[in-house]
Design a binder for this molecule. Structure first.
Ligand code: CMP
Length: 220
């Protein structure tokens, strides 16, 4: 837990107190952890793996966030009792999760102002991202939205390689389309242009940005 940003500020005693209250869950790729509208009774922490947060409308899907090791989710319906899950959560890779129930979560929030501040800090960061998404959807075209999303993903899930900055999450064109509010065909077209121009490299659904700074400049 010491390595999880949410708990980094907790005193050793508090950490020892909270650790045994988590239950460990091992889940395969593609498992739905909860569905939008469910009663929310648990907070999830990711020890390893990737979890996608999304909403669906008939056969369409919009991805709100991708979380990985060290991230938490499921706090929204815990903070205000009676509220249901605001979105669906599904594993995108085999994952290990730590789960904390509402009573334990609330007790720790009441005890630890530091934990509350940390939670608020992360929530503000997520609100900032959500604002960016509204802005991008309102003002930017598809190519810019895709570029921005890839740059954002490279900040959150990036690994430096000799070839550039690798986005360390396997993404299909459809998944990328769900993240930027467009259709798969548009993503295929833009990625092909970027491949032809030598700006990106794709290997087994993993995208590498060859020169992220140059892509950033294109957006300015
Ligand atoms: P909860 O509503 O309990 O269940 C869905 C979870 O997804 C929610 O808590 C948050 O943890 C997370 N979530 C929902 N919307 C967003 C968003 N826009 N950005 C990041 N995380 C979100």
């Amino acid at each position: 837990l010491q390595h999880v940003p949410l708990f980094q500020e907790l005193a050793q005693d508090d950490l020892f107190g909270i650790a045994p209250l988590f239950t460990e869950k091992h889940v395969k790729k593609g498992k739905i952890l909860f569905v939008e509208g469910d009663a929310g009774e648990e907070l999830f922490l990711i020890a390893s793996g990737v979890v996608k947060i999304y909403r669906v409308d008939n056969d369409k899907e919009v991805t709100l966030a991708l979380f990985r090791e060290g991230d938490f989710f499921g706090e929204m319906s815990l903070i205000r009792s009676g509220q249901t899950r605001s979105a669906t959560a599904e594993t995108m890779e085999t994952s290990t999760l730590y789960v904390l129930n509402r009573t334990a979560f609330t007790a720790f929030m009441e005890k630890s102002p530091r934990l509350c501040l940390k939670l608020l800090e992360t929530t503000m960061q997520r609100l900032r991202h959500a604002n960016d998404q509204i802005y991008d959807l309102t003002f930017l075209g598809v190519r810019s939205r895709i570029l921005k999303m890839m740059l954002r993903l490279s900040e959150q899930h990036g690994t430096r390689t000799p070839e550039g900055l690798l986005i360390n999450v396997k993404l299909t064109h459809q998944e990328l389309a769900n993240m930027v509010g467009t259709v798969r065909e548009s993503v295929t077209k833009v990625l092909q242009e970027l491949l032809d121009d030598g700006r990106i490299h794709i290997d087994k659904k993993l995208i590498t940005l060859k020169d992220p700074e140059a892509l950033r400049k294109e957006l300015r």
